[in-house]
Structures are given as C-alpha cells and as structure tokens.
Design a protein around this ligand. Structure first.
Ligand SMILES: Nc1ncnc2c1ncn2[C@@H]1O[C@H](COP(=O)(O)OP(=O)(O)OP(=O)(O)O)[C@@H](O)[C@H]1O
Length: 626
C-alpha cells in the first residue's frame, strides 16, 4: 500500500502540505527573530516588512506566533492521534477477538460514547482537567475521540476473526494477545493508518475549539490560543483580521492535509471508491438482444473482462466464447488465477468494481444479460438463472430462520400463497438432501455443508434454466462434497437445468460433466466432451493438468504439478500463453503467433499449433511475409 499511497495525487498534496507545516514549526527560530511570547513590541501594528503579519494587542509578533504555534498544535495532533488510535485499536480488536460479554461490554461503552454529543463532552471533560496543560488536553481528546475508530476496527476485525489463519493460530496455542497484535493487527494497517489521520484531524480541531473558548492553556502558543487571544482582544473590531486569519488558515491547512491522507488511505483500502461510476459500464456497448443460436441456452460471445488496478488493466478473461445447451453440464477447469471466477461473475453480471466487463455479450436465451436494464435483470435472476459461489453460504443472514430466506426469492417473484411457499420449501430441502424440519433453524444451527445445500435450494427455488456454480463445495470436506454434487446432478437431470460448474478438480468434472472447457491465462484453450477430453487431451496444458490429478481408476501413481507459473495478466500476451511452460513448444511459431481455435474432431476444439490447421495458417502467413 505504501508504494500506491505515494502515487496518489491527493496523498502527495496532503504530505507536501503537512511537510511544509512541520518544517514551519521545526525551523521557526531560523525563520523569525522574534520570541512569540515576549510582549515588548508596539501594540496593533499592521503587517509590514518587519512584522509580516503585524503585532498583537499584547505586543507580540503574529508571524512568529504562527510559526511556533505549529509546534504545539501539530504535537497535539500527532500525540492525541496516536493515543486515540491505540485506544480504538485495542478496544476494537479485543471486542472482536474475545466476543461474548467482552464484546458486549466494549460495544455498549462505544455506543454510549458515540451517542454523547462530541463538543459538550469535550467541554465537560476539559473543565474537569483544566490546569493540567497540554497533557490534559491530549488526555481529554483521546478520552472523547476513540469510539468511532473502535467501532470501525471491530467490524473489520470481526471479519478477520473468522479467517482460517486466525483459527489455525488459536489451535496451535498462540496466546490471544499475540494473535490480536501479531496476527490480526498487521492485516489492518491501512485501516489503522486511516484511523490515525482521522483522529489527528479531530485532535487538531478539538484543541483549537477548546483553546478558542478558553479551556486550553492560554499561556502556551498554539493556533488555538492565538484564536482565543484574537477573539478576547477584539481583533476584528480593531480591523486586525490577519490575527484571526493566520491561525485559522493554518488550522484549515493541517485539517486538509490530514483529511487528504485519510481519504486516500481509505480509497486504497476500498477499491470501489477508485472507480469512476461513469467508466464502469461504458465499455459494454449494448444491443439488448441477438438472435439465439438454435439449441443454445447460454451464449457467451467474445467476452473480455478484468480489473482496473493501480498497476494497469488486468485482462482476466480474454475473448472468451462459450455456449451451453439446455440441460447440459459444462465444466470449466484450470489453475488458480486463470480467470474462471471472473468469467462466471462477468457472464452473470455480478462482476463488481474494480472488476469490469470490457466488451462482449452474454446471451441467455438471446437476451444480453450485460445490457439489460437493472429492473429487468432483477426479474431475470433466480427465475431464469441463478448463481452459487464458494462462499455463498455466508450470504445467509444469521439472525433470520432459513425458512424465511428460502421464501424470499419466491416472494420476490410473486409466489405469495403460504401453503405453496411451505410445500415448495420442503420439496426443495428434500431435493438437496436436508430434512424439512431444518427449515425452522437459524443458519448457525446448521453445518457448513447444510448451509451450502440451503443456498443451492434457494438457487433452485424458481427452477431457473441455468445455474452457474463456482467451486460451490470447495470449502466442504470430501464426503460432503461428493454427496452434494451427486444431488446437484440428480436435480439437473430431473429438472433439465443447465449447469456451468467451475472447479480446480478436473477428475471430478470428468466424472460429472457433459463437456469440459479448459481455461488458461484468461482464454479457453481446449473444449471437448468430458470423456473425449479425458482420453485424448490435445493441448499440452490439458495433458499436464490431467496428469496433475490422480487417475479415476487403476493403481495409485505419483502426480506432479505443472512447472512454472502462468503469465501475468496485466500485459499483452503475444503468441500462445502457455509457451513458457510448454514441453513441446516451437520457438519462432508459438511465441510469435496466436494459435486459433480449431476443431480437431467433432465437438473437440483446441488452440494449439500442434494441430495441423493452425500450423498451416502460420506457414501460409510466413510465406506471405517478405
Ligand atoms: N479484485 C481484483 N483486482 C485485481 N485483479 C484481480 C482481482 N480479482 C482477481 N484478479 C486477478 O484476475 C485473475 C483471474 O482471477 P480469478 O479469480 O478469476 O481466477 P480463478 O481461475 O477463478 O482463480 P481461483 O480458482 O483461485 O478462484 C488473476 O490474475 C487475479 O489475480
């Protein structure tokens, strides 16, 4: 994040501004010859060459006060920012990690501080602490300012708390404090940094407000006490507006610099904030319908999709075309990061920022999902197609009974009759292998496998024609996986639903799918009926991928991964994307020319120069070249 931060114009502006203010304070003795406290100058002097901002009603040089004032004001900002953040981080992380009564207690305290109005609380607290100098101001600011940060950090830490690596640390016996400060906290540095700048901003503004109303230490020189004296001595009535304007401007500048840094870190944390809405859908140019291919349900045409990132455009899906027939089970396999999920999200119009569909169509029964108006798309989802992702079970609301959540999709599509809802919900539960009495459970009373079955039941509720499943069972143990997959297959055969099924596990697809597409570096490099692909894989990548999984039958053999790594997807790929790792590559051909998709047998297509038609084309092209 550090490198990204220093590339953001807003962060650069914030840092430059803050740097100037810090330097002003540090080099004050070099920049002015006047002592900010000594009142031995003539009163009320206007700005002049000698006194750039004139003098005060007490005979002090205003410019020197402005320079020296930076020291204490920024000191309050930084120290109070650090202490406030420390309190917020400690309480937020403790509440999230321990949960139970610890969470309840901290949460109640946080809520109390959040509902108390800020300024009156600050005034009451500082009245009690008056006389303690700068430290009491820092203490008061930290005491009143931690609650918002603690709330935000707790929310983020709650999500982190359930991650596998935290469970693993706890299982191997790490102490809670070690987990909190060494496992969880480093994963939240961006949020903590944003919180620090927010807290520092609050501290600077609070110090100014308290000093201005006389609750600060008016014997010190800060921008806040400058405002206090200017107000008390009637600077505006005397026409000496610069006495107020100088500290006022400095406070606004330091506030602006902290806000710019806070905002930029926030933005880097949440890439959605970086995407200009107008750009989001611009690329998808849209004709709503196209004539459907006969006997085709889903027709993905020349789809290009990916992510706009700081390091450029990641083209995760490259000119992908794919068709799915009614009732067909199409498997999509490939190594991690080859673009399977992006393809699934993009084709179903679920790809969210920073993801973007750059071009292409995804026609369901001839209707382009990528250009449908939102209201029509909402009607289409669940009814015409539904989607189940790996973490789908987490979409179940933990405080609502699963029955109501199963009803919701049906209610939205106009099924309102109580009896029908009930009988359909029971039928769906039986279909996916759960006893109907579990309809009245809350999600937390169900195992992971059962929750995933509930989500599949919801996806089936309106008997859509197509279900896209992206590793729907990967998070579950192997036995549960098998049984769910068998049920999915039975349901598909019974209801004639088409399924696009994404997995790393090629052997599983060989067993279940009608057709398999192999994806590599954002492209479909081979496509064939499942058995055909299993027995005669033609692309060297598919052959390697097949070899990486245990055989379906026969004796156990040692399996090997594919050496090397797929190419980075944020650059143009010249030639065959598998060139670097291919054991049978042909230099001068595969690295310079793009292999075209060619049918080798009926229904079996491959993009590889080993296939004669591809090589013929290259030879022809080479002959044409001078
Ligand atoms: N939010 C994102 N921002 C930038 N790049 C991303 C983002 N999400 C995915 N990518 C990149 O897009 C490419 C394709 O990712 P995708 O998740 O679609 O692959 P996948 O084949 O589904 O992988 P897996 O099997 O691990 O889920 C990868 O190079 C990945 O790094």
């Amino acid at each position: 994040m550090n490198q990204d931060l220093f590339r953001q114009p807003r962060a650069i502006a914030g840092l430059v501004l803050l740097g100037i203010l810090v330097l002003m304070g540090l080099f004050a003795p070099l920049l002015t010859e006047f002592n900010p406290n000594r009142g031995d100058l003539p009163f009320w002097l206007p700005p002049s060459k000698e006194h750039l901002l004139g003098t005060t009603a007490l005979g002090q040089d205003i410019f020197s006060q402005m320079l020296y004032g930076a020291r204490l004001t920024l000191l309050v900002g930084f120290v109070a920012g650090i202490t406030t953040t420390l309190i917020a981080v400690t309480l937020g992380l403790t509440a999230a990690y321990f949960g139970g009564w610890v969470d309840d207690l901290i949460n109640t305290l946080t809520n109390v501080f959040l509902v108390l109005p800020g300024l009156p609380l600050l005034i009451v607290a500082s009245t009690f602490m008056q006389g303690g100098g700068l430290y009491s101001i820092i203490l008061v600011i930290s005491f009143t300012g931690w609650a918002f940060g603690a709330r935000v950090i707790r929310s983020q830490a709650l999500a982190l708390r359930n991650r596998d690596f935290i469970h693993a640390s706890s299982v191997i016996g790490e102490s809670p404090w070690r987990i909190i400060f060494f496992e969880m906290m480093p994963n939240m540095t961006g949020l903590i940094a944003a919180n620090f700048f927010g807290a520092a901003l609050y501290a600077v503004l609070s110090e100014a407000a308290l000093s201005f109303i006389g609750l600060g230490d008016v014997g010190l020189v800060t921008w806040g006490t400058m405002l206090f004296w200017a107000g008390a001595k009637g600077a505006l009535l005397q026409g000496a507006w610069w006495w107020i304007a100088a500290p006022g401007l400095c406070i606004s500048l330091v506030g602006t610099s902290f806000a710019l840094l806070n905002f930029t870190i926030d933005q880097l944390q949440n890439p959605r904030l970086m995407v200009k809405p107008s750009r989001r859908r611009k690329a998808v140019q849209r004709q709503n319908t196209a004539s459907p291919l006969p006997g085709v349900l889903l027709d993905i045409r020349d789809l290009n999709a990916g992510y706009r990132t700081q390091k450029g455009q990641v083209r995760a899906v490259r000119d992908v075309s794919l068709t799915v027939k009614p009732g067909e089970f199409v498997g999509l396999a490939g190594e991690s990061g080859c673009g399977k999920s992006t393809l699934a999200f993009a084709a179903t119009r679920l790809l969210e920022a920073p993801g973007e569909v750059f071009s292409g169509k995804s026609l369901l029964n001839g209707q382009d999902l990528l250009s449908l108006p939102e209201n029509i798309l909402r009607q289409t989802r669940w009814r015409d197609y539904s989607v189940v992702f790996q973490a789908s079970m987490n979409v179940l609301n933990p405080i609502i009974k699963v029955r109501e959540q199963v009803y919701d999709a049906m209610l939205f599509h106009g099924v309102t009759d109580k009896k029908r809802l009930d009988s359909r919900a029971k039928e769906l539960f039986r279909l996916v292998g759960i006893r109907p009495e579990f309809l009245d459970s809350f999600p937390h009373q169900l195992s992971g496998g059962m929750k995933q079955r509930v989500v599949i039941a919801i996806a089936l509720a309106l008997e859509p024609k197509l279900i896209v499943m992206d590793e729907p069972t990967t998070a579950l143990d192997v036995v549960v996986q098998r049984s769910i997959l068998q049920e999915i297959d039975q349901v598909r055969r019974k209801l004639g639903i088409s399924i696009v099924f994404i997995t790393h596990d090629l052997s599983l697809l060989v067993e279940m799918a009608d057709r398999i597409c192999i994806m590599y570096a954002g492209e479909i490099v081979e496509e064939a009926p499942a058995q055909q692909l299993y027995q005669h894989p033609q692309h060297p990548y598919t052959q390697k991928l097949m070899h990486a999984f245990p055989p379906l039958t026969g004796p156990k053999e040692r399996r090997e991964g594919i050496p090397g790594r797929p190419p980075a997807l944020n650059r143009e790929l010249k030639g065959c994307p598998f060139f670097e790792r291919c054991p049978v590559r042909m230099a001068g051909t595969c690295d310079t020319h793009k292999p075209q998709r060619t049918e080798t047998l009926s229904d079996h297509a491959v993009s590889c120069f080993l296939h004669p038609r591809n090589s013929k084309e290259v030879t022809r092209e080479a002959l044409r070249r001078p």
